[in-house]
Ligand binder design. Structure first.
Ligand code: DQA
Length: 146
C-alpha cells in the first residue's frame, strides 16, 4: 500500500496564499517534488489535499484499515481538531506530522499541536523539504521492517 501524503485545509492554495510565509511553490509543484523523491526512494505515494475535515478523517480511517504509513500536514486543524487527533491516534502504521513553516516561531496559537502527541515524529519549518524528509524517514523505517 502506498504512503498517504495528506495535506489539509488551505494547502491547495499554496503559491497564492501568504507567499511571504509559505513561498511561491504551488500545491501541484509540491506534489511533483514529493513524487520525484518517492520515485528516487522507490516508495509508492498517494498525495491528496482537502479542505473538508470529514474527508480527511475518512482518509485516516482508510489508512488505519490498510496499515498505510501517513505523512500529514493538517494545516490549521493541527492546532484544534481533536477529531483529527482521535483518527490519527487510531492509525496502525507510522505517522509523520509535517509543516512547511516554522510554527514555533509564529503566533502562539500555532505553538500547540494536538496531533504531535499521537505522531511518530514531526518535521517543521523546512518548506517542501519537510515533506521530503518525512518520506526519507518512512523509507528507511520501511526498509528496516522487512
Ligand atoms: C501549516 C502551519 C499551520 O499553522 C497553518 O495553519 C497552515 C500550514 C504549515 O505547513 O506550515 O495552514 O501547517
Amino acid at each position: 500500500t502506498p504512503v498517504l501524503v495528506l495535506s489539509g485545509v488551505n494547502l491547495g492554495r499554496l503559491g497564492k496564499r501568504e507567499p511571504a510565509v509559505y513561498g511561491h511553490m504551488t500545491y501541484a509543484q509540491l506534489v511533483a517534488e514529493v513524487e520525484r523523491t518517492a520515485a528516487e526512494l522507490a516508495v509508492a505515494v498517494d498525495c491528496r489535499q482537502t479542505d473538508d475535515e470529514a474527508t480527511m478523517i475518512g482518509w485516516l480511517h482508510e489508512a488505519a484499515d490498510t496499515g498505510a504509513a501517513v505523512v500529514l500536514n493538517p494545516g490549521a486543524w493541527t492546532h484544534y481538531s481533536y477529531a483529527l487527533r482521535d483518527a490519527a491516534a487510531a492509525l496502525t502504521g507510522p505517522l509523520i506530522e509535517v509543516h512547511l513553516s516554522q510554527v514555533a516561531a509564529r503566533e502562539p496559537f500555532r505553538h500547540v499541536s494536538v496531533i504531535g502527541p499521537v505522531a511518530t515524529g514531526t518535521i517543521t519549518g523546512l518548506g517542501a523539504e519537510s515533506y521530503l524528509l518525512a518520506l526519507r524517514a518512512l523509507a528507511s523505517r520501511l526498509s528496516k521492517s522487512v
